[in-house]
Design a protein. Structure first.
Length: 242
């Protein structure tokens, strides 16, 4: 069963609902530019049942949706949590979930694009292009670190290095913010692509042309960790990036 995630993480960063909505809209537009048939027809997250009508993303509609779904009195501390999903003919179900904007120094912020399907395989074009999505996520959210992985890759790396879910790691692709990228080793078996803010995407799939083994992914993590570029931001978080 298909289960692939492209996500980004960052530390404490207080932001308004409208600023989060603008970043989310930039993300959705960027994803649609990569694969229009998959990233279209967005539904609000309501127990997995299609809402009616479909939410047409704009800064105003996303702001209203976020505010409607986040009414707890401590939202300003823990941040907002919202998600949208889409499933179009012949495409995997995709969810785009965001947690952002709080002041807590103990809560990691994140944006995750998750693909699930019982029919679509990892060889599908949209899945092969997931490393490109790291650039979209990184540039929209100014993230600290990000990765693309499936369940077996995530579990293997977690077990090998005894990582918590919020710890940076490398999957079949990894994003490193500028502070991390400055010390990144140059010899990993993948393509290196700089982002607009001098971050770095290292794609072990080489543009979706190869499938790295779990062992190769673990070894890439070993080299990146040895270079010090996958160290977590110390808690309590006093910054949003490394």
């Amino acid at each position: 069963m298909l289960y692939v995630v492209a996500n980004g993480l960052w530390g404490v960063r207080e932001e308004s609902t409208s600023a989060i909505a603008e970043r989310w809209l930039t993300t959705l537009n960027g994803l649609r530019g990569i694969d229009g048939p998959t990233f279209d027809g967005w539904h609000e997250a309501e127990d997995g049942v299609a809402s009616d009508p479909v939410l047409e993303p704009s800064a105003d509609t996303l702001t209203a949706y976020i505010e409607r779904k986040n009414v707890a009195p401590d939202i300003g501390v823990i941040g907002i949590t919202s998600s949208l999903w889409a499933q179009n003919p012949g495409m995997p179900r995709v969810t785009v979930a965001v947690h952002a904007g709080g002041t807590s120094q103990w809560v990691t912020n994140s944006l995750a694009v998750t693909f699930r399907s019982r029919e679509v395989e990892e060889s599908a074009e949209v899945i092969r292009r997931t490393p490109e999505m790291l650039r979209v996520i990184a540039e929209a959210w100014d993230i600290d670190a990000g990765q693309v992985y499936n369940k077996s890759e995530f579990r293997a790396v977690s077990d090998e290095f005894d990582l918590e879910n919020s710890h940076p790691r490398c999957g079949r692709a990894v994003y490193l913010s500028a502070g991390r990228a400055a010390s990144a080793p140059e010899g990993l078996d993948g393509t290196y692509t700089r982002t607009a803010d001098d971050g770095l995407v290292i794609d072990l799939t080489r543009g979706g042309t190869t499938v790295p083994s779990v062992e190769a992914i673990v070894e890439a993590n070993r080299e990146l960790r040895a270079a010090g570029v996958l160290e977590p931001i110390p808690e309590p978080y006093d910054r949003d990036k490394f």
